[in-house]
Design a protein around this ligand. Sequence first.
Ligand SMILES: [Zn+2]
Length: 287
Amino acid sequence: MGVTRRFYKEGYMELIERFLTKNRCYTNAIGIKVTGLMLHSVGVGQPRAEVFINRWNNPEVSVCVHAFAQADGKVYQTLPWDYKAWHAGGLANSYYSAGVRCGYVGVEMTEPASLHYTGSGSSFTDSDPAATRTFLNEVFHVAVELFAQLCKKYSLDPMRDIISHAEGHRMGIASDHDDPDALWSRYPELGLSMDRFRSAVKTRMEQEEPMTQQDFDRMMQDYNARNNPTYNTVEQVPAYWQAETQQLVDAGAIGGDGVSPLGVTRSELKAAIIAKRYTDAKLEERA
Ligand SMILES: [Zn+2]
């Protein structure tokens, strides 16, 4: 959980917009109502989103996702979230519900360079299992952060509306891929699973407490107390203004606020003293 805390505490997910403007999913610009989020893993030992972005920003390519998550916390958004993408190879991309075109946002997690796919299905060799474990753990938490934000943005229930590509296939709405579940199952010691992913997103969403009006008012009061305090008595006024403040009180120019003899903020008093000094100077000129 150390990794979780590091990302969460620092809020470490940097969202970078890199729309694939030449990809047909971008140029087709078919809008969807976002009804779910689908998690993928790229299935190739390539940690850098840039490589996929360069390859997929092309009208000939018939695949597109909404974002790529890297283990270093960077997330590249490659398509507006509410555009139809070709990531699931099935109904999850878009379907009609009550006449509304709906669909899943598709997000790919990149994979470490230590993985070497053999070309037959999803089998691979691992040249550095320790590095792989670190990477898988970190990219998991980056994806959690992104999914928590998207669930909030689209009022989704993480326990119900988040699925993996593999789960989508079992539900009959995605092509026959096993990502990312199969990859995680090769490293059981990490304990990564879709169930754990969903509950991590839920926990993450609960961690962020929205600011209430009460919180805001209290912060405003603190801010004012520090930057523009209210003086209730002459004694509370800074020494350099006290004599002039007393004169203003004696002249009845400052009559208190009905509760305390002064009841003026620092900025109000400053304005009053500037006006007084101006008047005093003019009176002196005439004398
Ligand atoms: Zn997939």
